[in-house]
Design a binder for this molecule. Sequence first.
Ligand code: ADP
Length: 462
Amino acid sequence: MKRIHLKTSLALVLALMVAVTALLVSIFSGIFINRQFEEYVKETQKQKADELADSIGSNFDEALGFNIDYVHGMGMYALKEGYIIRLYDKDLKLLWDAENHDMMLCHEVMDDILSRMKEKRPELKGDFVTHSYDLERGGNKYGVLEVSFYTPYYMNENEFHFIRALNIIIGIVGGVTIVIAAVLGVIIAGRITGPISGVISAMKKITDGDYNVSVNTNVKDLETYELARSINFAAGTLRKQEYLRKQLTADIAHELRTPVTNISSYMEMMIDDVMEPTKERLTGCYDELSRLSGLIKDLERLESAEIEDSTPVREVFDLYELCGRVLQGFKTAAEEKNIAVNIGGEETVISADKMRIGQVAANLLSNAVKYTDEGGKISIYVGKEKDTALMIVEDNGIGISNEEQDLVFERFYRTDKSRARKTGGAGIGLSISRAIVTAHGGTIHCESRPGAGCKFIVRLPI
Ligand code: ADP
């Protein structure tokens, strides 16, 4: 299928709409104005004939009869205007007849009107029609005036000229409107589709794997603005995912390399009899293998947390009590580092997956112990906030920088690689915790200042 540009089709539609409207308005207003003008001419003609009868009639004198000089003057004036008059007395005796008086002029006028009207308004099929007026005063008839003129109406050169000029003006206005509509159509279509083209080229780049795109959001239309923002957001998310994916690969590779290299070099030397396979050496290999299997377990933990994401097995329990018990498990580790621990808050009964929520508390406490220096302190708080249960784990350890407070919830993300590796973490605990909390319809986030400690806040629907 041949596809055309949105800009072209929009411009065409807009221009076509205005063009059709302009055309219809021009045609109908033209027809209407022409009709009105013809009506006006017809009306004026009839009025003129009436006025002729009035003024000739009013000139009648009972004693002297008609003033023929006056009738003659009026008759000649009317003839030039296209009215042929004939005056009779009350006994229908002809007193004055334009045709008799100046037959040549009379025929000239009639022929002129007939030929002009035949040429310009052939559809009228008009002709000279005689209208008869009884001239009366006080109920007594004193004469009859016959006025013949071209019916239904006729127009002189000036009137035809006027109507032609009017039609030309209507045509020009219509034409100019169409041209303006076409230009405006192109401009408006360009304004609408311009940002969309930006979005399309950004999408093409994203499809090609280039996530460093940014669509201009400085646009007036709300929909286009939302579209541009969504693309920028999607590109940002993809950038972040890409970064994490690369980091994940690098991390796994790094994590695997050390134990595998150690084991294989030990093995090689033992096979080549360079080294005795002593118990100590075999234990060394075993320790390296344990590190490997620990890493594999971490990966499995993460996968199962994400798979079971949506199906927490709920039971009703007191979160305060659960946290107290989990905290007990960290007492020894905390004492070893001379870290003070305490729990505060109130009984908070919730319906949730007890084991998994316990796992979240354990992850947070384990991190707090890991990332808090000797002599520090850790506190845990459990309480209610409207329909939500709150669980806050706070420490005064190394803290997390602002930019990393969201990233720590991503898989394998560790703030300080070397230190975290020493502490044994693979950067999975928090992503598992987030998966669990999200599956419960809750939220988890971190507030921290580097050097001043961390506060992890978990909100769970009661
Ligand atoms: P890990 O197993 O490495 O602790 P987590 O997912 O639990 O993995 O945490 C990710 C990273 O977040 C850690 O490596 C650490 O850099 C940082 N982090 C987590 N908790 C804390 C904390 N309480 N104080 C400082 N940094 C923390």
